[in-house]
Write a protein that binds this ligand. Structure first.
Ligand SMILES: O=C(O)[C@H](O)COP(=O)(O)O
Length: 310
């Protein structure tokens, strides 16, 4: 029997599936108890995590039997992938399995601020802000995608059905790459980062957190976005200067910001976005729906089983 440690929430049926042929330690709060986590991982063959468990050198070097790390998502900023590569520990991500959920989240954000739904609280308290709530259509507007991986491609596919024009920046894709056409038809145009920010009515980030992207969105870059645009971040909080973004929101530069990810999660009392009206804040749920959780969990369970069975 192989031992698998699962330290954050996973779809129950996938946990049951893994338990048939393995010894499974499943505790969705284990990531919060570092000492216990290190202890149970010592003789584990695999660990399955979301974004909160730090799979770092300390954990990996103590877990001498570790063959695989399963990531119930796609971001790898909590995993020391270099160490894993050097020590032949496979890292399995759920690539593609949460793209639909994130894409639908982005579309919700576009409509939310295009129609200024945040003002409906005024209706509940007896006001009638009919003129303030004259919004705008998504059709004919330009969506700017930062990063053009699986998730951004799914966003592009769906946004092109709304008759939006799409510009995208991805330094890892050549202009001639077939994916530009494959995922957006004629609607997606590859551009430089600054060109995307200059043109876009909606900017949506789809980049990993890594040394190249940490604090990429500085005050001066954020200022290059169009006045009145919508800013959506469902990638990682660490890629944006949060104080600078909050300042620009307060100054009325953006129509609104949709933020699912933050430098520190859960939010601390002094988080700069708390209390800003035109800000939609969600607790890192863009990629997590019932459907994506089931897809992600069964994909990771299957792939981890394959590795452990050799
Ligand atoms: O990286 C991801 O796929 C998303 O941020 C979701 O992460 P999660 O595994 O913590 O749900």
């Amino acid at each position: 029997m192989k031992k698998i440690v699962i330290s954050e929430f996973m779809d129950e049926s996938a946990v049951l599936e893994l338990s048939r042929n393995n010894t499974v330690v499943y505790d969705k709060n284990l990531f919060q108890n570092r000492e216990e986590l290190l202890h149970v991982c010592k003789d584990a063959d695999a660990v399955i995590v979301r974004n909160k468990t730090q799979v770092d050198q300390e954990l990996l070097s103590a877990a001498v039997k570790m063959k695989a790390v399963g990531r119930l998502g796609v971001g790898l900023d909590n995993i020391d992938t270099e160490y894993c590569e050097k020590h032949a520990v496979s890292v399995i991500t759920a690539r593609g399995a949460n793209s639909i959920s994130v894409a639908e989240y982005v579309l919700t954000g576009i409509f939310y601020f295009s129609r200024q739904y945040y003002l409906t609280t005024q209706v509940k308290s007896g006001a009638w802000p009919r003129e303030r709530m004259i919004g705008s259509e998504a059709a004919g507007k330009t969506l700017g995608l930062i990063g053009f991986g699986d998730i951004a491609r799914t966003v592009a596919k769906k946004a092109s059905c709304l008759d939006m024009d799409i510009v995208a920046y991805d330094p890892y894709l050549k202009e001639t790459d077939a994916v530009w056409k494959e995922y957006g038809g004629s609607a997606v145009k590859p551009c430089s980062l600054e060109e995307v920010l200059r043109q876009a009515d909606v900017v949506s980030l789809h980049i990993p957190l890594c040394p190249e992207t940490k604090n990429l969105f500085t005050a001066s870059l954020l200022e290059k976005t169009k006045k009145g645009s919508i800013f959506i971040n469902s990638s990682r909080g660490g890629v944006v200067d949060e104080n600078a973004l909050a300042q620009l929101l307060k100054k009325g530069h953006f129509k609104g910001a949709v933020l699912d990810v933050f430098a520190n999660e859960p939010l601390e009392a002094e988080n700069p976005f708390i209390g800003i009206e035109n800000c939609l804040l969600t607790p890192h749920i863009a990629g997590v729906t019932e459907e994506s959780n089931a897809r992600i969990s069964s994909l990771i369970a299957r792939e981890i089983s394959k590795i452990l069975q050799g």
